[in-house]
Ligand binder design. Structure first.
Ligand SMILES: Cc1ncc(COP(=O)(O)O)c(C=O)c1O
Length: 258
C-alpha cells in the first residue's frame, strides 16, 4: 500500500489530501519524495515563521537535557523564563501567561478567562472565522448546522468589514453583555481579509467604551500597505489590546489544570 492509499484508509480528514507528499523541509523550501523542491508560500499556514530545519532550534532540541515531565504544581525554570520573556513583549499591562499545548487550547483558556474576569457571557467574532477545533473555537465560527450544540451567546459579524459591519459591532457591544470580541487583525482564515482602519478604530472605540477585551494585534496603519508588516498570527495567544480592568480571579484553579 502506498502513502496515499494508507492515508485514505486510516486518516480522518475534512477533505481528501492533495497529491503532494512532503519528505523534508529546509529554510523556506519543501521537498517531495522525489526530491522536487517547492517554495513554501504558506509557511505551514503561518506557523513556520522561523523557517524549516532551523539549525539553532534543532540544536536546542537535540541538546535538551531536562526532565521529561514536570507536574504542573511544581516549579520549573523553563516555564518561568518563557513566561517572563512573553510578558516583556506583550502589549499593555499583560504580565501573566497560562500554559497551553496549542492554539485551540490557548483560545479556549482565553475565552474562559474573559468570562471569569468580566462576569459576562457573550462573545463577538467574525462569521466563518477559525480559532481552533474545540467547541469554544467552533462556536466563534458559528456553524450550527454541523454542530447544533455550540455555545449559546456567540454573536457573529459577517464580512466584508465595512461600515455596516462596524454598525453591527457597535450595536452588539451596546446591547449585549460582551466578555470579548475576537478576531485576527488580518483574517488569514477568511482568505486574507484586511479590515479597514475605520472598521478597526470603531471596533476598538466601541470595545473600550463597553470595557470589553478586543483580541487582536491590530494597530493603526496595519491595513495600509506602506507601513504594514505581517502580523504573527501564530502568536502565543491572540493578544489583548483592551482588557477589562479587573484581573482574573482564577489563577490558582487554572494553574492546577494546565
Ligand atoms: C487564528 C487561529 N486561532 C487558533 C488556531 C488553532 O491553533 P492550533 O492549530 O494550534 O490548535 C489557529 C490555527 O490555525 C488559527 O489560525
Amino acid at each position: 500500500m502506498d502513502v496515499a492509499q494508507r492515508d485514505r484508509l486510516y486518516l480522518a480528514r475534512e477533505e481528501a489530501a492533495e497529491g503532494m507528499q512532503i519528505a523534508r523541509s529546509q529554510g523556506g523550501f519543501l521537498f517531495d519524495q522525489h526530491g522536487k523542491k517547492y517554495l513554501d508560500f504558506t509557511a505551514g499556514w503561518c506557523v513556520g515563521n522561523l523557517g524549516w530545519g532551523n539549525e539553532e532550534i534543532r540544536a536546542a532540541v537535540r541538546d535538551f537535557d531536562g526532565p521529561t515531565y514536570v507536574h504542573p504544581d511544581y516549579l520549573y525554570r523553563g516555564w518561568a523564563e518563557l513566561a517572563e520573556g512573553l510578558a516583556e513583549i506583550a502589549p499593555g499591562k499583560l504580565t501573566k501567561c497560562y500554559r497551553a499545548t496549542g492554539g485551540s487550547e490557548a483560545v479556549e483558556i482565553a475565552l474562559q478567562v474573559a468570562m471569569a474576569a468580566t462576569g459576562r457571557p457573550s462573545f463577538i467574532s467574525l462569521a466563518g472565522c477559525y480559532h481552533g477545533n474545540t467547541i469554544g473555537g467552533r462556536s466563534l465560527a458559528g456553524d450550527r448546522e454541523t454542530y447544533p450544540n455550540l455555545l449559546p451567546r456567540c454573536r457573529h459579524v459577517k464580512p466584508p468589514l465595512d461600515d455596516r459591519a462596524a454598525d453591527r459591532v457597535e450595536r452588539l457591544l451596546k446591547g449585549e453583555k460582551v466578555a470579548a470580541f475576537i478576531m485576527e487583525p488580518v483574517v488569514c482564515n477568511l482568505g486574507v481579509l484586511i479590515p479597514s482602519n475605520e472598521f478597526m478604530l470603531r471596533a476598538m472605540r466601541a470595545a473600550s467604551a463597553a470595557r470589553c477585551s478586543l483580541w487582536t494585534r491590530w494597530r493603526p496603519g496595519l491595513a495600509a500597505p506602506a507601513n504594514s508588516s505581517p502580523p504573527n498570527i501564530s502568536s502565543w495567544i491572540r493578544t489583548c489590546c483592551v482588557w477589562p480592568r479587573r484581573s482574573p480571579p482564577v489563577t490558582r484553579r487554572w494553574g492546577r489544570r494546565w
